[in-house]
Design a binder for this molecule. Structure first.
Ligand code: FAD
Ligand code: NAD
Length: 474
């Protein structure tokens, strides 16, 4: 069949939080835009098998835990609790469906053409799309664009020698949709996914064992916060083994055996499933980057870009999980906006010093800026201030006193360098700290800003006050 050609100002490959945001921003700036997505639903990993379904499960499982263990302290009697896992999963599906439909409407409203198909680079401004035309048949289409933006995201890294089998050795995708609560879930990797999905299944009744090869969990966190998180998760019943390596996984009918070693001592663990969550890698498969001359980092697989998100081929751009930096949805979206602005001839940029990250465990962990280990390593003179949630009135009212706020400020200028929070509502509280860093605020600025009372945010104000030793509550 003859290939059909169509021309655009911008061809966006991938409709995740990087791609769809870039497409909309570019269209708002007057460009004629097409977005290509290989899956039947838009929204990428984030909306379909990442941020959104995991948070829906975290929220449902938190309600279950609250009803089981905490309502009674508020004088609310519930009687015997039952878990209806199919309903919980159906609700998660509905949240995902609604949000992905919103993205389709957003693209339509902004006149972005959406094409479902697998994209492959054919040249500097040409993209081939392989479309499913029904009844097992496929159709090719070639698109021409003044610019191409790659936003194809990432995929889970398997454990060397023990590939995912979708049943016993699974990735986060399957762990978001288990049809029954595992009796014993072993998780390899104590990072974001391991701790969040481990929390979900622990709350719903599974025994959960996390195996982490390094000496701390959530390795990028400030050490003090990481230790506090480990303590509280252990208290909740999560078994966490640090400096532990997996040497083999044996699967037989319905049973899985994990052979692991801690400090050279070998041990066997029997379980029902193993969730491998040891990181994700850029997804470039099938794009034909090499043929076109788009350079990647041979070690990490990331696409190399300059500060305007241009790859080694001038009119091909890349953003999101595909390029270096934290693999986070809001980072991908910020880059999508900036790249679209650069492509439209505007000065788009992202402040990488002010990107928050959140681990949605209970309590939540939220952080922005430098950790104490990082300021020490860079020999920056610094002061810290911290404040426990047990001192915040609102936290007491809610019985959510676990955790603290830690603020790191420059010793000479008092400029805020980092804020690290472990506690209920940390995910929302961090926004104030992000703004402080974005605006170059000092800890005194936060200390002198009037905060509503009683709120969790008062703990941040108090932490800032302790930097200047003027807290009235210590
Ligand atoms: P993606 O979202 O991966 O989108 C890429 C899109 O490109 C996909 O739809 C894919 O189908 C499409 N595509 C790929 N190749 C082609 C091709 N050749 N042709 C056409 N289309 C193609 N981040 C957070 O900030 N907060 C969270 O709470 C959070 N939770 C997460 C939970 C889990 C379980 C996981 C796995 C990830 C989570 N993340 C979270 C990370 C977040 O999902 C990613 O950082 C984000 O989705 C990256 O966005 P992206 O646009 O770069 O890529
Ligand atoms: P991660 O990088 O967060 O954690 C992986 C962990 O596995 C690390 O602690 C690492 O030391 C450990 N590890 C690596 N190899 C190992 C091995 N052989 N044995 C034992 N441990 C090993 O990766 P992830 O949890 O897979 O998540 C992938 C990415 O997705 C994250 O980096 C994050 O960017 C994103 N994500 C974000 C959120 C969020 O923002 N709340 C949630 C989920 C995922």
């Amino acid at each position: 069949m003859m290939a059909k050609k169509e021309s655009f100002d911008l061809i966006v490959v991938g409709s995740g939080p990087g791609g769809y945001v870039a497409a909309v921003r570019a269209a708002q700036l007057g460009l004629k835009v097409v977005c290509i997505e290989k899956e039947s639903r838009v929204g990428g990993v984030c909306l379909n098998i990442g941020c959104i379904p995991s948070k829906a499960l975290l929220d449902s499982s938190e309600y279950f835990l609250l009803a089981k263990d905490h309502f009674a302290t508020h004088g609310i009697k519930t009687g015997r609790l039952n878990l209806d896992l199919p309903v919980l999963m159906a609700r998660k599906e509905q949240v995902v469906r609604e949000l992905t439909e919103n993205v389709v409407n957003l693209l339509k409203r902004n006149k972005v053409k959406l094409i479902h198909g697998i994209a492959r680079l054919k040249g500097e401004g040409r993209v081939a799309v392989l479309k499913n035309s029904g009844a097992g048949k496929t159709k090719h289409q070639t698109l021409e664009g003044k610019a191409v933006l790659l936003a194809t995201g990432s995929s889970p890294v398997p454990l060397t020698g023990f590939e995912f089998d979708g049943k016993y050795i699974v990735s986060s995708t399957e762990a978001l949709s288990f049809q029954s609560v595992p009796r014993h879930l072993v998780i390899v990797g104590g990072g974001y996914i391991g701790l969040e999905l481990g929390s979900v299944w622990l709350r719903l009744g599974a025994k959960v064992t996390v195996l982490e090869m390094l000496p701390k969990i959530a390795t990028t966190l400030d050490g003090q916060v990481s230790r506090a998180l480990k303590r509280v998760l252990k208290k909740q019943g999560m078994e966490i083994r640090l400096q532990t390596k997996v040497s083999a996984i044996r699967t037989s009918a319905r049973r899985v055996q994990v052979i692991l070693s801690t400090d050279g001592k070998e041990e066997k663990l029997n379980c029902d499933r193993v969730l491998v969550a040891v990181g994700r890698k850029p997804l470039t498969h099938g794009l034909d980057l090499e043929a076109v001359g788009v350079e990647t980092d041979p070690k990490t697989g990331h696409v190399r870009v300059n500060e305007s998100y241009q790859t080694s081929i001038g009119n091909i751009y890349a953003i999101g999980d595909l390029i270096p930096g934290p693999m986070l949805a809001h980072k991908a979206s910020a880059e999508g906006t900036a790249a679209a602005e650069c492509i439209a001839g505007l000065p788009g940029e992202v402040n990488y010093d002010a990107i928050p990250s959140v681990v949605y465990t209970w309590p939540e962990v939220a952080t922005v800026g430098l950790t104490e280990e990082e300021v020490k390593e860079r020999a920056i003179p610094y002061c810290t201030g911290s404040y426990p949630f047990s001192g915040a009135g609102r936290a007491r009212c809610m019985g959510e006193t676990e955790g603290f706020v830690k603020l790191i400020a420059h010793a000479k200028t008092d400029r805020v360098l980092g804020v690290h929070i472990i506690g209920s509502r940390a995910a929302d509280m961090i926004a104030e700290a992000v703004l402080a860093i974005e605006f170059g605020a000092s800890s005194e600025d936060i200390a002198r800003t009037v905060h509503g009372h009683p709120t969790f945010a008062e703990a941040l104000q108090e932490a800032a006050r302790t930097v200047n030793n003027c807290s009235i509550y210590v």
